[in-house]
Design a protein around this ligand. Structure first.
Ligand code: SAM
Length: 288
């Protein structure tokens, strides 16, 4: 009897160790494994994002959701679409607002756009890259509408996150998003919904085409006269930034303009084929 028990015990132990070995083979043990898992399951390459910042955010999300580590969290988001969406939404940091940093929008309105229109005509090709919930491309459409007829405005707006694009297409915003927007635009292009929400007009909506695209791997448009890419480069590694600035250069026509965020000055702009125009506005001077 004692002998049978020992054999049973041995079988149980062998079986268990097989199970553990099999499980450990696929186990997401650390951040390196987690990055590979995310690349395979979403195509998002976390290697291109600043590691300390990104890892801290992900660790916070995991413990907030009460998982005990990368492995259990990975299993959960693999199975649950909503959890996966929450993950993508959280890591991509979607904060945006209309007319963000008003003084820079004024420069765009008074100096940059008149110059671009005088050089390239009214049918400007404009790209809002990493457009989040649409506040930026819609602001562009409103400003452009002061300069050219509405039917000539076409703004291409892209982001990696499908959830923000859905919100952008919906066009409904909380009052806070409109804090920096001059009253003239608010009155002309928004309808108030209850106390706290504003709906953007269909005229402005029609000027913007939204599409999902990853700045790190998808094809860039060509022949752009203006690219607006703000408040996303801060999350990327130096290497990734360099590639993106080079790709923007190729996407722009000569003398086309790149409008960046107000903490995103391009120190080595000359090496990347740009000249400094106004603060946070660069012009393409040569192809690279
Ligand atoms: C902080 S928001 C900036 C929104 C807007 N440009 C602004 O300045 O108000 C950053 C946006 O970048 C997007 N993003 C992050 N990584 C991206 C990538 N690899 N390709 C395209 N968009 C990306 C996020 O989904 C997010 O909507």
């Amino acid at each position: 009897m004692q002998y049978i028990c020992k054999i049973d015990m041995l079988h149980w132990m062998i079986g268990r160790s097989h199970k553990i070995c099999r499980k450990e083979g696929n186990m997401i043990k650390d951040y390196e494994d987690f990055k590979k898992f995310i690349l395979q399951s979403t195509t998002i390459d976390l290697n291109a994002y600043k590691e300390r910042q990104m890892k801290r955010r992900i660790d916070t999300l995991i413990s907030r959701n009460k998982y005990d580590g990368y492995d259990s969290y990975s299993q959960a988001i693999k199975k649950d679409k909503k959890l996966m969406e929450e993950f993508i939404n959280y890591i991509t940091i979607n904060v945006s607002e209309f007319y963000r940093n008003p003084a820079l929008w004024k420069t765009l309105e008074d100096v940059i756009l008149p110059d671009l229109i005088s050089k390239f005509g009214e049918n400007l090709k404009i790209w809002s890259a990493a457009c989040s919930t649409g506040d930026e491309p819609y602001s562009l459409a409103m400003v452009m509408a002061k300069k050219v007829p509405m039917n000539k405005i076409h703004i291409y707006a892209t982001d990696i996150d499908e959830q923000v694009l859905a919100k952008a297409k919906d066009g409904v915003y909380g009052a806070n998003s409109l804090n920096g927007l001059p009253d003239e635009y608010k009155k002309k292009y928004f309808e108030k919904m209850g106390d706290r929400y504003y709906k953007i007009s269909d005229d402005i909506k029609r000027c913007v085409e939204f599409k999902k695209a990853d700045l790190l791997k998808d094809k860039y448009p060509t022949g752009c006269h203006l690219i607006v890419c703000r408040n996303v480069m801060i999350y990327f590694t130096e290497e990734a930034k360099l590639d993106i600035y080079k790709n923007f250069n190729r996407a722009l026509v000569n003398d086309g303009c790149l409008f960046v965020g107000n903490t995103e000055q391009i120190i080595n702009h000359k090496d990347l084929g740009y000249t400094f125009d106004k603060l946070f506005f660069y012009r393409k001077v040569q192809g690279i």
